[in-house]
Design a protein around this ligand. Structure first.
Ligand SMILES: [Ca+2]
Ligand SMILES: [Ca+2]
Ligand SMILES: [Ca+2]
Ligand SMILES: [Ca+2]
Ligand SMILES: [Zn+2]
Length: 523
């Protein structure tokens, strides 16, 4: 008898973990009188799903709360002996995923839990893996959804939520979309087709530190990179505080002289209030395409909200995204933001049109019609350096859109200040995020646009068209054969050409190109 344990216990509880394991197996062996083979998997291990679902057919137990498991282990043993197998976990998980409330903002622990539930409940279509760590050492997860039993090449599509700390609604949309796709595979015809025909990669939250940071200060936009904004040698020593205890941080505005101060105290006694917050770098000015362009937004000053960092990809969060994107041959990608209601596309760094401007525009027209938003070339709104979409498109040849999914212009609040002509200004969270009772309607609104892009990717996809020109011809063959025999780790290795995903450019990849040779698609 082989038992696989999925380990979800944090590192710090390792000792507890071992004790629980020992007693569990001691008792199991006693009851079943069989010598047990024990395999312990970490839950973020990418190979977990495949191992569990294909290599063996076995009992899966979850080691999540060691104490409870310890107490329950005797009961579990009895069930195991009586029925010959344990209660399958899938039954309880389905109800858990079905009972998520979409009238609240989830914290990162909850998001993590939901992703891992998807991972363990739907091993045939879901794969959750780590793509990196944040400044506060939190795991950045990517969820891949696809019918894993069909490994013929499919178009890869990326959805990324939550770059900016004060925009948690974007994580809600990415999370909701993930849950809907996973739980409706095999039930809903459209979703089933999509997961059969594409590989969807979803990063629900690229900036996992933000969820706690925004609790303290809902103005925070940048990541949580400790930064000495006022350059006095101390880090994050003077954040703003909720002085009057109304649950939000406001700033004092004078109608004659302008900005006066942030709410809160002058913690470091330098005469300025709230001048050194936690973090950070504007993650959406930190990408390595036109990072240094002279634009309206993208600052070299650490005090600014749109501080671009010391170098392209100086941040672990942007590096995590970069490294993922360089592994897969993405065709389309969407990044979620809030603070406007518009679909944006490259270029951001200039008002000049992108080479694929017409195609971008026609896709944006159709998507915006579906969700009733406006659309625009990003740089036409204001020019920006080092933005995600420009790097995705300019450096990685991926059609990349930014969905600005929500803005409430009437959210600002004004309360009387200490003097006439002064007022406390608040309401920033409500400007960027809907009230909790309106979350669901606001995220459901954007699903048709995401579906549209996925359908487009399916229609346009030509297996073997490795250079993305919508025809399979001699150039594709040459791309592949020029690195024939190359393996992971070789200097000429290019994972995007490894159509079979087996870590080697070999005859199987070439066959995919040659068997589609001469085909073309009007896109
Ligand atoms: Ca400082
Ligand atoms: Ca306040
Ligand atoms: Ca100060
Ligand atoms: Ca081609
Ligand atoms: Zn944003």
């Amino acid at each position: 008898m082989i038992i696989v344990i999925i380990n979800e216990i944090p590192e710090k509880n390792k000792r507890l973990n071992k004790i629980a394991l020992f007693f569990t197996f001691y008792q199991l062996e006693k009851v079943t009188k069989t010598l047990l083979n024990i395999i312990l998997y970490n839950v973020v291990d990418r190979s977990l799903n495949k191992v569990v679902s294909r290599k063996y057919d076995m009992i899966v137990m979850r080691l999540k709360h060691s104490i409870i498991l310890f107490i329950c282990s005797q009961v579990l043993c009895l069930i195991a002996t009586a029925s010959g197998s344990m209660v399958p976990e899938r039954v309880e998980n389905q109800s858990l995923l079905g009972s998520i409330s979409w009238d609240k903002y989830h914290n990162y622990t909850e998001i993590e839990e939901i992703l891992l539930e998807i991972n363990s409940t739907y091993p045939e279509i879901a794969d959750v893996f780590s793509v990196g760590k944040s400044w506060q050492n939190k795991t950045i997860y990517c969820l891949r959804l696809t019918n894993e039993s069909d490994n013929y090449p499919k178009p890869a599509i990326l959805l990324v939520g939550y770059h900016h700390t004060r925009e948690p609604i974007t994580a809600e949309l990415a999370l909701y979309f993930s849950v809907q796709l996973a739980t409706n595979y095999g039930k809903n015809e459209t979703i089933t087709r999509m997961l059969n025909k594409t590989e969807l990669y979803i990063i629900v939250a690229l900036n996992p530190d933000g969820f706690e940071t925004v609790e303290q200060n809902d103005w925070q936009r940048k990541n949580s990179h400790p930064t000495d904004e006022d350059q006095d040698g101390l880090f994050d020593e003077d954040p703003p505080e909720d002085e009057d205890g109304d649950g939000k941080v406001e700033y004092l505005w004078d109608y004659h002289t302008g900005f006066v101060r942030w709410e809160g105290w002058d913690n470091d006694g330098d005469g300025v209030n709230g001048e050194d917050w936690i973090g950070g770098v504007d993650l959406n000015r930190n990408y390595g395409y036109q990072w240094n362009a002279s634009t309206q937004s993208g600052s070299q000053n650490p005090e600014d909200e749109d501080y671009k960092g010391t170098a392209p990809f100086s941040e672990p969060e942007t590096r995590a995204l970069r490294d993922l994107v360089m592994q897969y041959d993405f065709r389309y990608a969407v990044s979620l933001h809030s603070g406007a209601d518009v679909i944006l596309y490259p270029w951001g760094y200039t008002t000049d049109p992108a080479p694929d401007h017409e195609k971008y525009q026609s896709l944006a027209v159709n998507m915006s019609a579906l969700v009733n938003s406006s659309y625009q070339q990003s740089g036409e709104m204001y020019t920006t350096s080092g933005v995600w979409d420009d790097w995705m498109y300019g450096n990685q040849s991926v059609f990349a859109f930014t969905f600005e999914i929500f803005r409430n212009s009437s959210a600002w609040t004004y309360e009387p200040g200490p003097d006439p002509y002064t007022t406390w200004v608040g309401g920033v969270f409500e400007y960027f995020n809907p009230l909790t009772q309106h979350i669901l309607a606001n995220i459901q609104r954007w699903v048709p646009a995401l579906f549209y892009l996925i359908e487009t990717a399916i229609e346009e996809y030509l297996p073997g068209d490795v250079n993305h020109d919508y025809k399979v011809d001699i150039y594709d063959v040459v791309s592949l054969t020029s690195i024939y025999g190359s393996c992971v780790g070789d200097p000429d290795w290019n994972p995007k050409l490894d159509l079979r995903r087996d870590g080697r450019i070999d005859i199987f990849d070439v066959v995919i190109v040659t068997s589609n040779y001469g085909r073309s698609i009007k896109a």
